[in-house]
Design a protein around this ligand. Structure first.
Ligand SMILES: NC(=O)c1ccc[n+]([C@@H]2O[C@H](COP(=O)([O-])OP(=O)(O)OC[C@H]3O[C@@H](n4cnc5c(N)ncnc54)[C@H](OP(=O)(O)O)[C@@H]3O)[C@@H](O)[C@H]2O)c1
Length: 284
């Protein structure tokens, strides 16, 4: 099977690459943003015309949540228009699209985990732009998987886990918010699920939620990272109101994973055990 991977230098794409050898029947074609800018319709067309793909994994996205508030044009260009370009070509060429979306499409009032049927209500430009991308896919095609996930981290690129590890050596004290609740998700676990969808030729298309198991605040996540690396940094819990950011965040964005667990018959690792694995992989 030939699989196109957009956003090929992003952290999720790199985690997909890390485990590709386990699936010799799947040939991945990674395209960086310079090789394939998904906002350029003609470039997208050319890539699809030059090669036959069975699947397209869209890891390309505008992910700078705070910058999106000021630079909304860029966020919509990539997360809505770019996704629409991919969806149209996938539909024409009968390519199954696996698209990654976000818990930030939800409002975050809690306290019950969001199912795929729950109403969306994004709180910031990034969330709106990602929702528009989902809608563009739903309008353009039928053979798609939209995987909504949350709080991605890995040994690759810049992310919360790596920032905390760096701060552990630079700082003696740190304040982290404890009133935003969600689930940290190791991109390697998400990558495994993407491969499972392709490898099993799963055909119950639609929207699915996937994160690691368990719930945490950013404070819990930071605490566990420092615990894992034996840091003695002094960590203090603070409230969101005391840490203003340009983009408003949902206070509760836990995802209900019942649908994906039933459909793919998978066991999802708890975020705490995946964090341990990620830190061990980072050390290597
Ligand atoms: N990170 C999270 O916490 C999180 C949480 C929930 C959902 N998600 C979703 O998960 C997916 C993967 O996220 P990630 O953390 O792997 O993101 P990432 O590391 O920021 O990777 C995104 C990639 O997209 C590329 N890109 C940006 N604009 C592009 C364009 N016009 N054409 C082609 N590629 C473009 C970027 O390339 P350049 O760097 O060259 O611009 C980057 O390599 C995204 O859809 C994101 O919305 C992420």
């Amino acid at each position: 099977m030939n699989v196109l991977v957009t956003g090929g230098m992003g952290q999720l794409a790199k985690s997909i690459k890390d485990i590709e050898a386990k699936y010799p029947n799947i040939k991945l074609h990674f395209k960086s943003s310079t090789e394939l800018d998904i906002t350029k319709k003609d470039t997208v067309k050319t890539i699809f015309n030059n090669q036959t793909f069975d699947y397209c994994i869209n890891c390309a996205a505008y992910t700078a949540v705070d910058n999106a508030e000021k630079d909304s044009d860029s966020a919509y260009k990539v997360n809505e228009l770019g996704v629409k370009n991919l969806a149209k070509e996938c539909h024409i060429d009968k390519v199954i699209l696996i698209h990654i979306s976000t818990d930030f499409v939800f409002g975050g009032s809690g306290p019950i985990a969001y199912t795929e049927k729950d109403e969306t209500n994004p709180q910031n430009v990034y969330g709106f732009s990602k929702l528009k991308g989902e809608l563009a896919i739903e309008k353009s095609m039928n053979q798609y998987f939209i995987l909504r996930t949350s709080w991605l981290y890995s040994e690759h690129n810049k992310n919360f886990m790596k920032t905390m590890i760096k701060l552990a050596s630079d700082r003696q004290n740190l304040n982290v918010v404890d009133d935003q609740i969600g689930t940290p998700t190791y991109t390697k676990d998400l990558a495994e699920v993407i491969f499972k969808i392709i490898d099993t030729k799963h055909d119950n298309y639609g929207t699915y939620h996937y994160s690691n198991e368990g719930i945490a605040s950013w404070y819990d996540f930071a605490y566990s990272i420092f615990d894992e690396i034996n840091s003695d940094i002094k960590l203090l819990p603070i409230k969101t109101i005391d840490y203003p950011t340009p983009a408003k965040r949902p206070l509760f964005s836990v995802l209900d994973k019942s649908k994906i667990k039933e459909n793919l018959n998978i066991h999802i690792p708890h975020w705490r055990s995946s964090l341990r694995e990620a830190i061990s992989n980072l050390k290597q």
